[in-house]
Ligand binder design. Structure first.
Ligand SMILES: CC(=O)N[C@H]1[C@@H](OP(=O)(O)OP(=O)(O)OC[C@H]2O[C@@H](n3ccc(=O)[nH]c3=O)[C@H](O)[C@@H]2O)O[C@H](CO)[C@@H](O)[C@@H]1O[C@H](C)C(=O)N[C@@H](C)C(=O)N[C@H](CCC(=O)O)C(=O)O
Ligand SMILES: Nc1ncnc2c1ncn2[C@@H]1O[C@H](COP(=O)(O)OP(=O)(O)OP(=O)(O)O)[C@@H](O)[C@H]1O
Ligand SMILES: N[C@H](CCC[C@H](N)C(=O)O)C(=O)O
Ligand SMILES: [Mg+2]
Length: 490
């Protein structure tokens, strides 16, 4: 592709210094990846500023620079108002607008995104579609899994990989869309077919100014749905959530609502929620059918309804939906049971917000036959306001709580734990900074039929301390101590 070709795409009309015969090999936003004839886009980030790496890009063979701030360079420099936006526009064009050729479903909300995308993946696969997932756990293209740094990667990565997915025969892409991604324009230019809103409760107030600002970021998925390329676009919205109206108002496209209240288009009735099985009747104005899933709890009924609503819109037969939900196994790190045949229950779950912790703990409370022992911490360099709230929820529902570390990052874990527990009375909990010791203690203390909930890290396989990720997997540690206890008692 010629550099010159990209100018009208960027709406740059002053092209005097842009050579007409310059071919572009790649587009890069990281100077360390620049190769001969790359077009380097300078992004101002939170740690570094791409404008300061122009020299390195030149040395590595870049052919031109896109900048939003005055820079000096021997190469042609094309100035744009926002390099972030320019990157998304360029990446989309460079890779031939792959999102127009794929069915793309975007799921946003504070909690339930990963779960809903996994359910949708199961439904679309059962319907015979080749699928891909992009999200917190990984990126999956068919049966291949790739680790990602972010739940929603940057626009360059996205457009590039959407093209790769198309080449590999993928038809449907189901992706989580985080509020950070929306705010930073990572999904700008992606042509979604269906967008989903799960819910909005407190999280990420280290990044967003307040709940309104956070909600506004989420609403961008709904307002940016508008364009002419695709037919039958729709927003699927949880009507029972306080922010449902804000999301509905943001989109010019039709809205399909779901939830438990009467006004919902897709709703659930006659719920029977057991430890390993949720069964309920799905009602729409035109149909009704019963579904069963291995996912536990009322909050998962919402995730299932979200997935069913999308499937109905995409004209997937109800028999296929029923089959896919019935067959789909649990999701890694989401209410995942660690079961070695011990006489108490150990559950690993990714609840890392007050609302998700409350949802999972109230579900476990309904199911409990004896005590609940909770192990939980809060991430460092993240929303401090959620710390005391998560601690309150933990002690409210648990007979015994052990507060511990969860990715302290650059904070002192003691400070995080102080934020969590400063207001609590001492007999409600204990603190063990070392997460392995906390898990060990919970397992040693567990009596017959107790439930040990290990919350916050779910599928994560690391503990992040001062920029380093040390191997750590709640499920592995739990297994080690359950085995030890079983050996000792046999
Ligand atoms: C706060 C935030 O979102 N940061 C993201 C951002 O990093 P950054 O701004 O620090 O980047 P930077 O290091 O300052 O670099 C700026 C620019 O200089 C360039 N550079 C840098 C160094 C160099 O030698 N040469 C060079 O060209 C970089 O390539 C980049 O283009 O851009 C990076 C690349 O896209 C992201 O990986 C990174 O996510 C970090 C890891 C992160 O932790 N993000 C979290 C907050 C996040 O986004 N989370 C949401 C999920 C939330 C949820 O669902 O709960 C997510 O979608 O992952
Ligand atoms: N619909 C829901 N409402 C409230 N809590 C939920 C819901 N679904 C899942 N949870 C809880 O939130 C945790 C995270 O769920 P999930 O991974 O599906 O959410 P997510 O939105 O992808 O989270 P993240 O923002 O970290 O990517 C689960 O382990 C469970 O405890
Ligand atoms: N996507 C979330 C994950 C939090 C997981 C928890 N284990 C933590 O590290 O806080 C975030 O970055 O805030
Ligand atoms: Mg997720």
């Amino acid at each position: 592709m010629f550099l010159h070709e990209l100018m009208p795409v960027l709406k740059v009309y002053d092209t005097e210094n842009v050579p007409t015969n310059q071919l572009i090999s790649t587009i890069e936003m990281d100077s360390r990846k620049v190769e001969k004839d790359s077009l380097f886009v300078c992004i101002k980030g939170f740690q570094a500023d791409g404008h300061e790496y122009v020299r390195e890009a030149e040395k590595r063979g870049a052919c031109a620079i896109i900048a939003e701030k005055e820079i000096t360079s021997s190469l042609p420099v094309i100035y744009v108002p926002s390099t972030q936006k320019a990157l998304a526009i360029l990446a989309d064009y460079f890779y031939g607008s792959p999102s127009q050729e794929l069915t793309i479903i975007g799921v946003t909300g504070t909690n339930g995104k990963t779960t809903t995308t996994y359910l949708l993946d199961a439904i679309f696969k059962t319907n015979g579609s080749q699928t891909a997932i992009i999200g917190t756990i990984d990126m999956k293209i068919g049966n291949e899994s790739y680790k990602l740094t972010n739940t929603t990667p940057d626009s360059l990565f996205l457009h590039k990989h959407l093209r790769l997915m198309k080449r590999k025969g993928v038809e449907t892409v189901i992706m989580e869309v985080s509020s950070h991604a929306l705010h930073l324009g990572r999904v700008y230019g992606i042509q979604f077919d269906t967008v989903v809103f799960t819910n909005l409760t407190q999280d990420h107030l280290d990044y967003h100014l307040n709940m309104n600002d956070y909600a506004y970021a989420k609403s961008l998925l709904f307002s940016q749905l508008g364009n002419d390329y695709k037919q039958n676009k729709i927003a699927v919205i949880n009507l029972d959530d306080n922010y449902a109206e804000a999301m509905s108002r943001a989109t010019p496209f039709p809205v399909m609502t779901y939830g438990l209240s009467d006004d919902c288009f897709v709703k659930a009735q006659h719920m029977k929620l057991k430890a390993n099985q949720s069964t309920f009747k799905v009602l729409t104005p035109f149909d009704s059918f019963t579904v069963s899933s291995h996912l536990t709890g009322r909050f998962n009924v919402y995730n299932i309804l979200a997935a069913i609503s999308v499937a109905i819109h995409h004209k997937i037969p109800k028999e296929t939906i029923i089959k896919a939900l019935g067959q789909s196994k649990g999701i890694p790190g989401r209410v995942e049971s660690v079961d070695l045949g011990q006489n108490f229950n150990v559950i690993v779950d990714y609840a890392h917000t007050p609302d998700s912790l409350e949802n999972v703990l109230s579900t476990l409370s309904d199911l409990k036959q004896n005590r609940i022992i909770t192990v939980v911490g809060c991430g460092g360099d993240r929303d401090r306001g959620k710390r005391p709230k998560m601690a309150d929820v933990a002690v409210q529902y648990s007979d015994f709580t052990i507060f511990t570390s969860d990715n302290p990052r650059y904070e002192d874990p003691k400070d995080i734990l102080k934020d969590m527990t400063g207001h609590l009375s001492l007999d409600q909990y204990t603190v063990l900074i070392n997460r392995t010791e906390a898990i060990e203690k919970a397992i040693v203390c567990a009596a017959k039929d107790d439930i040990v909930l290990i919350a916050g890290k779910g599928h994560e396989t690391y503990q992040e301390v001062r920029g380093k990720r040390h191997r750590f997997d709640d499920r592995e540690i739990a297994r080690t101590y359950i085995e030890k206890r079983m050996k000792e008692s046999s």
